[in-house]
Design a protein around this ligand. Structure first.
Ligand code: 5AD
Ligand code: SF4
Length: 466
């Protein structure tokens, strides 16, 4: 293989895609690919796509229009550029992408990333290649572990995929079709990966999966471990001061997970627990397999286990058949739980999902109007949550330099960006910060004494009742 080839990867959508993009770079590194931030210089451009809502897929096609111009310019300089589409749009649309976007050379689904080098070799022989199989082998057994150098370059926080795919088949959701059946990684594999990350300086790990608390990976003795038990084990790894996990399903919150929130100071007191709707009628039509009352009960049990727990959520408005009364119940749920933040989306029919062919699809105007009312309610609670942080002290993991000289940016236990004047040597440290100002997008604070790394949860607990 001749000199280094340049790789540009762009990720859309969820954190799983960010993780997968890094793994693709790791798989290609031994084959002479080095990452570049400039797509125009790249020999290989990979768009790692998202199919969860309509706009996500449309963005990919418009990005491909821009890439086509770069590819033509490169060709004029006699530099062939290979363009690959990966991720969930690749999985869902397959052939359609090759037909609709002639600029694309390779379409590769999420289960085939470990085969990327071979697929690129095949391109030379076959011109264009499509690989969206769900292979029998487990891709986790073949993907490169994150390299030490790469980890260092990527900072003090990291994602680790612990499960992939979903067996729940909520009627609006494309994930079970694009990511396939639920697969959990064995405990030993997860632990080894987190140990490697810790050795490379990572302080905060987020365990990720499409339905992360459906985790049921094989433990050392052969028994299946729950996510709660896995968190207990990962919390023992030296150097890992903070743990998070996402995205979870309310019906899969079990006692071991609630116990983990009670017992592990490393487990940050914030939880993203999508509910989608506050109406039992809609929840049933969505096949969420829990009621509004069940959701409230889970939240109460979690808050009993960890008093300072903040909740965030996802909502869909304008699901087929959603009445004004159903929507009203979503608003009252938001007011009841007082979410610290939430994402809300207009229902978007995904081809191949049951809800897409349900009668009573709602007009866009209703969706737009409900979305705006819901967002107003969510914003009000988020602003109140942020305002309550004023004067409190938090543990903050300092991640990088800020925009102004002498300023560092870190994250509070609640994932809020916190700006603070501090020496660059403190990057990677967990410090105590007193919040002196609440801005629209971040908090501002002053440094107290540095926190001992061995007692990472202490100030988070001190902020109980935020
Ligand atoms: N339409 C709108 N929103 C959706 N989501 C998933 N599928 C759809 C869809 N078809 C939202 C859900 C989910 C988040 C990741 O995206 O709220 O929790
Ligand atoms: Fe989609 Fe989550 Fe439902 Fe699975 S549990 S089908 S990923 S919304």
């Amino acid at each position: 293989m001749s000199g280094p080839r340049k790789l540009f990867v762009k990720s859309y959508g969820c954190q799983m895609n960010v993780y997968d993009s890094n793994r693709m770079a790791d798989v290609l590194a031994p084959h002479g690919f080095v990452e570049t931030a400039a797509p125009e210089d790249a020999d290989l451009v990979i768009l790692n796509t998202c199919h969860i809502r309509e706009k996500a897929a449309e963005k990919v096609y418009s990005e491909l229009g821009r890439i086509r111009k770069l590819k033509e310019a490169a060709a004029r300089d006699d530099r062939p550029m290979t363009v690959a589409v990966a991720g969930c749009v690749a999985q869902a649309e397959g052939e359609e992408i090759l037909r609709r976007a002639p600029v694309v050379d390779l379409v590769v689904g999420p289960q085939s990333y470990h085969r990327l080098p071979a697929l690129i070799d095949r391109l030379a022989r076959e011109g264009r290649v499509l690989d969206t199989e769900f292979p029998v082998e487990d891709k986790f057994d073949f993907l490169e572990p994150p390299s030490r150098a790469a980890t260092r370059a990527r900072g003090v926080t990291a994602f680790v995929t612990v499960q992939e795919g979903c067996d729940r088949f909520c009627t609006f959701c494309v994930v079970p079709y694009t990511r396939g059946a639920e697969v959990s990684r064995p405990v030993a594999q997860v632990v080894a990966e987190v140990e490697r990350l810790a050795a490379a300086g990572v302080r905060e790990v987020t365990l990720i999966g499409q339905n992360v608390n459906a985790y049921h990976g094989g433990g050392p003795g052969g028994a299946e471990w729950s996510l709660g038990r896995l968190l207990q084990r990962v919390a023992e790894i030296e150097g890992i001061a903070r743990l998070r996990y996402t995205t979870s399903h309310p019906a899969d919150v079990d006692d071991t997970l609630i116990a983990a929130h009670r017992d592990l100071p490393q487990l940050m007191p914030c939880l993203h627990l999508p509910v989608q709707s506050g109406s039992d009628r809609v929840l049933t039509a969505m096949k969420r397999r829990h009621t509004r009352a069940h959701y409230i009960d889970i939240v109460e049990r979690l808050r009993t286990a960890r008093a300072d727990l903040a909740l965030t959520s996802d909502f869909i408005v304008g699901f087929p058949g959603e009445t004004e009364q159903d929507f009203h119940e979503t608003i009252t749920l938001v007011d009841h739980i007082c979410f610290a933040g939430a994402f809300s989306f207009k229902y978007s029919p995904r081809p191949g999902t049951p809800a897409a062919v349900m009668a009573e699809q709602l007009p866009d105007a209703i969706k737009v109007e409900r979305l705006s009312r819901l967002q107003t309610a969510i914003d009000r609670h988020q602003a109140a949550f942020n305002a309550r942080t004023l004067g409190k002290t938090f543990s903050v993991l300092l991640e990088k330099s800020g925009r102004h000289p002498g300023q560092l940016v870190g994250r509070s236990p609640y994932l809020q960006p916190v700006q603070v004047m501090a020496a660059p040597a403190l990057i990677g440290e967990i410090v105590t910060v007193r919040i002196t100002e609440v801005g629209p997008n971040s908090l501002f604070g002053v440094l107290d004494e540095p926190l001992s790394a061995a007692r990472p949860g202490q100030t988070a607990l001190a902020a109980a009742g935020a």
